[in-house]
Ligand binder design. Structure first.
Ligand SMILES: NC(=O)c1ccc[n+]([C@@H]2O[C@H](COP(=O)([O-])OP(=O)(O)OC[C@H]3O[C@@H](n4cnc5c(N)ncnc54)[C@H](O)[C@@H]3O)[C@@H](O)[C@H]2O)c1
Length: 314
């Protein structure tokens, strides 16, 4: 590492953040997390012993909370968001005020020298681009409120400059703040506990990336900021542009009793069917190090500890 930086991460106690924060600390950076801990998570307990780590409970939409925190930051990573289309539809006002407007506030508060790095969903590529290879030049046409707020935030950040945006594939793998709603995590959970899944539109192809490789992409961006700045980069596994059916076949290789069938009727509400090129970030020297199979094996282990049955007796 060349420089020891102070990094402010809003929403840093979430699924991505609770894997990213220890990685940034291990690389020698100082990290301050601002989070509301909306899931009552203690996902950063293991880094509290690190003197380079600071944590603030507060709302990333509050200018008065943000203002003193941004003052000493070299890099800001806005992870705080209402994440995913279903959650955004449940509270549309919160989705707009956090996913978009809080990023606008950050952009306004930061000085020119301060850097921003943010994650965006690449799901908008999938709309109307069936079977096509999507690059960063392909239009992002999000249909959900979630997708729209993220794409609007990305546009603000890139227009402001001194920024990098990472357009992430569907993330998988274990993290201290776990999410079992993400596609791979969800299918492996079903394979472990239900041993079966019904697929709508099983030929729809998506792409995937391990949660630790997301952290590595941000570290890569910090280390090569000058060369990479003012651009968006797709981040996914180039050997894992797989349909849902192929994903299930990969899971069955680990769990032979897993049964999956195609539903004769019904639609995938998510309408994603696309192949993504990661050539641009790979051209900067970045390579993911965790395969889909690594992630599936890791999830099977993790689900020995986690079982998502809030209201079941067993
Ligand atoms: N996980 C993915 O597959 C994926 C893909 C693309 C982009 N992203 C983006 O990455 C970021 C993190 O996603 P995640 O999967 O870790 O989700 P997450 O829901 O696990 O994390 C969100 C975090 O934000 C916190 N938070 C909520 N409201 C807040 C507020 N008002 N102020 C401060 N903190 C608040 C939550 O407590 C949580 O720790 C989001 O911006 C998301 O859009 C995620």
């Amino acid at each position: 590492m060349s420089e020891r930086l102070h990094i402010l991460i809003t929403g840093g106690a979430g699924y991505l953040g609770s894997t990213m924060v220890p990685a940034l600390l291990a690389a020698g950076h100082r990290v301050t997390v601002l989070d509301t801990f909306m899931f009552r998570q203690n996902s950063l307990a293991h880094v509290c012993a690190d003197p380079g780590f600071a944590v603030v409970r507060g709302d990333a939409r509050e200018e008065a909370v943000l203002r003193p925190l941004v003052q000493t930051a070299d890099v800001v990573i806005p992870l705080a968001a209402i994440v995913g289309a279903p959650l955004c539809d449940r509270d549309r006002t919160a989705a707009v005020s956090l996913n978009r407007d809080a990023v606008a506030t950050l952009v306004r508060l930061l000085s020119r020298e301060q850097r921003i790095m943010m994650p965006v969903t690449n799901s908008g590529y999938g709309i109307g681009e069936q079977g096509k290879h999507c690059t960063e030049e392909s239009p992002l046409r999000p249909v959900s409120l979630y997708g729209r707020t993220k794409v609007e935030a990305e546009a603000m950040v890139l227009e402001r400059g001194n920024a990098i945006s990472f357009r992430l594939a569907t993330v998988f793998g274990m993290s201290p703040r776990m999410r079992v709603d993400l596609l791979v995590n969800d299918f492996v959970h079903r394979a472990v506990y239900d041993r079966a899944v019904v697929l709508f539109e099983p030929h729809f192809t998506r792409n995937y990336i391990h949660v630790r490789d997301v952290a590595r992409a941000f570290l890569h961006g910090i280390d090569r900021f000058e060369a990479m700045r003012d651009n968006a980069y797709n981040v996914g596994l180039s050997d894992a542009n797989l349909s849902k059916w192929q994903l299930c076949e990969r899971i069955r290789a680990h769990l032979p009793g897993f049964v999956f069938v195609e539903a004769p009727i019904g639609e995938d509400p998510d309408k994603r069917d696309y192949i993504v090129s990661n050539a641009k970030i790979e051209g900067t020297g970045y390579r993911p190090t965790h395969s889909l199979d690594d992630g599936i094996a890791e999830l099977i282990k993790g689900y020995v500890m986690i079982r998502d049955t809030h209201y079941g007796n067993v």
